[in-house]
Write a protein that binds this ligand. Structure first.
Ligand code: AMP
Length: 128
């Protein structure tokens, strides 16, 4: 089944300037802003400007320019936030929650960048 993009989702409204956001980076391909309910001292969302629902939707259908632009934007945001281990940062976690099992709340692709504290294990163990 093909993806159907809902242009009334909250990140679409942010991209259109209908809802305010705390922007940390913007270019032709991506917008990065602070999560409204941060789960770590550093918690930024990076979204592509195009109408993509999930990471697989983006990876399979976006243009090469969009894919490069979005990926580079994530790199620039990591540098801006000072979390890159290769540059003296303590590290971070990127997360793209997807669909029902991934507990995705907003149906516009977004990459969470979390850092500023020890983040613990990636997931609760299956047999915990
Ligand atoms: P998820 O779709 O589960 O990956 O999570 C969506 C994320 O968007 C959550 O961490 C929310 O706190 C965040 N969020 C929802 N609305 C806004 C908003 N208006 N500005 C910034 N972050 C938001």
């Amino acid at each position: 089944m093909a993806y159907v993009y809902d242009d009334q989702n909250i990140f679409a409204k942010i991209l259109r300037g209908e809802i305010p956001n705390d922007t940390v980076y913007e270019d032709d391909y991506a917008l990065a802003f602070r999560d409204i309910q941060p789960q770590a001292p550093v918690h930024v969302l990076v979204i592509p400007k195009g109408p993509y629902v999930t990471y697989d939707h983006f990876a399979n259908t976006a243009s090469e320019a969009e894919i490069v632009g979005y990926t580079r934007a994530i790199g620039k945001v990591c540098a801006f936030l000072g979390v890159e281990p290769g540059n003296g940062g303590r590290g971070y976690r990127t997360i793209a929650n997807t669909g029902e099992a991934g507990v995705q709340e907003v149906p516009h692709l977004h990459t969470h960048i979390l850092g500023g504290r020890m983040l613990g294990r990636m997931l609760k163990r299956f047999d915990d």
